[in-house]
Design a protein around this ligand. Structure first.
Ligand code: A3D
Length: 320
């Protein structure tokens, strides 16, 4: 049986890290695509040359030609520009919308059966635009944000409690941005919900609120430190987790920017929700009951995403 084919559209910081992780995990053969000449070829060769030491069997190809992604099983999209200090994710909208158009058309022509994971920001609007431009089924086009946001939350919680990150679960809803909704009562240490841990004296409500805020600002914290770009190791790991769930039909329960119609009272839009990912793509959107405060935060987040989608329609009338 042939190895799966993984196409990485964008060979920048995240794209290169994705290629390395996909190879080390032997998820399949990798094609790195970018418009910058030499970058995908150079990174592909460099990673291929790590194969003898790592001991992986996977081919690496760098290309500037969409024809090389033909028949890809998974496409992970990072093409576009990333944030610099002082920029919000939304500042990237105009430039990255044009990029989504060319990427969507490239995927539609050469890899129409792929499971497509979008990472390009502003995430919830770009994954919507990519679905529109590609015309692929909504269950096969998804955005990566919730896995990363909840990984950040889990990391900060593990530091606070002094326990292994493996035993901390976290639940984050809503758009990827300042309005994301970390849900404390569904986040646990080995099954014990955070509000109970406050009652048990493991932490205080004030400390928990500060951790929630640090999670919301998690991307900006790294942009501020790096100064020349945004986070790439954890974003790449998060997308690989989603790709693996699809390729291995794992039925993982992962928060993703998925197309939601019906659940959460929404009538068809992309936003961060818990999903089940298996061989059919997004196989289920898990519709949990929110309390009044959570619903208010989620509504605010949904409104922010809707505003970005309207802005896309204003820029490109073909989307209206
Ligand atoms: P960067 O290292 O700049 O890589 C982007 C690559 O895209 C560059 O190599 C460009 O040459 C390439 N590119 C530009 N235009 C095109 C095009 N039309 N077709 C193909 N390739 C093109 O950025 P990065 O890898 O650090 O980040 C990529 C994107 O991910 C940015 O939009 C970030 O904001 C976003 N990002 C999202 C998250 C989420 O959690 C959603 C986290 C971190 C970064």
């Amino acid at each position: 049986m042939a190895r799966p084919k993984i196409a990485l559209i964008g060979a920048g910081q995240i794209g290169g890290t994705l290629a390395h992780l996909a190879a080390m995990k032997e998820l399949g053969d990798v094609v790195l695509f970018d418009i910058a000449e030499g970058t995908p070829q150079g990174k592909a060769l460099d990673i291929a040359e790590s194969g003898p030491s790592e001991g992986f069997d996977a081919t690496m190809k760098g290309t500037n030609d969409y024809a090389d992604i033909a028949g890809a099983d998974v496409c992970i999209v990072t093409a576009g520009v990333a944030r610099k200090p002082g920029m919000s994710r939304d500042d990237l909208l105009g430039i990255n919308l044009k990029v989504m158009k060319s990427v969507g058309e490239g995927i539609a022509k050469h890899a129409p059966n792929a499971f497509v994971i979008c990472i390009t920001n502003p995430l919830d609007a770009m994954v919507w635009a990519l679905r529109e431009f590609s015309g692929l089924p909504a269950e096969k086009v998804v955005g990566m944000a919730g896995v990363l946001d909840s990984a950040r939350f889990r990391h900060f919680l593990s530091l606070e409690f002094g326990v292994s990150m493996k035993d901390v679960t976290a639940f984050v809803l809503g758009g990827h941005g300042d309005t994301m909704v970390p849900l404390a009562r569904y986040s646990t240490v080995a099954g014990i919900p955070l509000p109970d841990l406050v009652k048990m004296g493991w932490t205080t409500q004030e400390k928990l609120d500060a951790i929630v805020q640090r999670t919301r600002d998690g991307g900006a914290e790294i942009v501020g430190l790096l100064k020349t770009g945004s986070a790439f190791y954890a974003p790449a790991t998060s997308a690989i987790e989603m790709a693996e769930a699809y390729l291995k039909d794992q039925k993982r329960v992962l928060p993703c920017a998925a197309f939601v119609k019906g659940a959460y009272g929404l009538d068809g839009m992309y936003v961060g929700v818990p999903t089940v990912i298996g061989a059919n793509g997004i196989e289920k959107v898990i519709d949990i009951k929110l309390d009044k405060d959570e619903q208010a935060m989620f509504d605010k987040s949904v409104d922010a995403v809707k505003g970005l989608v309207e802005a896309c329609k204003g820029i490109d009338p073909s989307l209206a």
